[in-house]
Design a protein around this ligand. Sequence first.
Ligand code: CP
Ligand code: NVA
Length: 304
Amino acid sequence: MKLKTKDLLTLAELTPKEFVCLIDDSIKLKKELKKSGSKHVLKNKTLAMIFQKPSTRTRVSFETGMYQLGGCAINLSSNDMQLSRGESVEDTARTLSRYSNCIVARVYEHELLAKLAEHATVPVINGLSDTFHPCQILADFMTIKENFGKIKGLKIAWVGDGNNVCNSMIYGAALSGTIMSIATPKGFEPDKNVVTESKKSTKIELTTDPFVAVKNADVVVTDTYSSIHNKNPKRMKKFLPKFQVNPELMKSAKKNTIFMHCLPAKREQEVTSSVIDGPQSVVWDEVENRLHTQKALLTALIQA
Ligand code: CP
Ligand code: NVA
């Protein structure tokens, strides 16, 4: 499948059909890899990856994915690039477009991605910005589909910080017809525009009570209270103990409810070890699925 959009900066660039197709393609790629290995559909293609922030999963899954598809990835820390000496984003985009077939960038300001995309002649993928993390959500919805055999009509409860991952998950819910209930402390709600826009397509509920959010939920999700761009230790007081995913909260959902977390996790803060290491947790499938969804996305964006 080829996508209509040139870039993937937020999931809002996808149609509902494309979103579902990407997830189904990822499931096929996972099966193919385990059965006979990946086809080299991106032979001789290169992916340039710019990281302004640290990463384990995003970097390794994109790099491994390109290798499995017959291409290669070049890992660039922005500190080691001429960007750090004042070369413009526009000129960086033009330069990388002459060498590589796609660019992944993990940045602070989301606007920087838009600038990269505007001036790059190759696709630009958001590998996480302060406001969105679309690639994570592709893997999350793949994991949900694997567990329930469907996505539409399920209920996701988000507990904790209404952050970049939460914003992208709301878009994912809107694209797939999933209901979302989001419990955050006051002042830590997800992006207002994302919520307003997504409410046109699905039910998005905001609450300050985690027990309200998890009621009848099929999926309970959380993320760190201190994202890379939000390290103020005072934030912690607003979240603990009320917004911790612990056995008591999980018991208020359903028997077969799954627990998800994009990782890295701060154990005993947003989630207890008993939950993240417990039988309802699917976090390691989520980790693995980053690989399969990156491969589906790269194949769908890079021109043959
Ligand atoms: N979930 C995720 O994006 O992990 P990394 O920060 O390790 O890439
Ligand atoms: N919300 C986290 C996600 C890390 C993958 C952050 O932005 O640091």
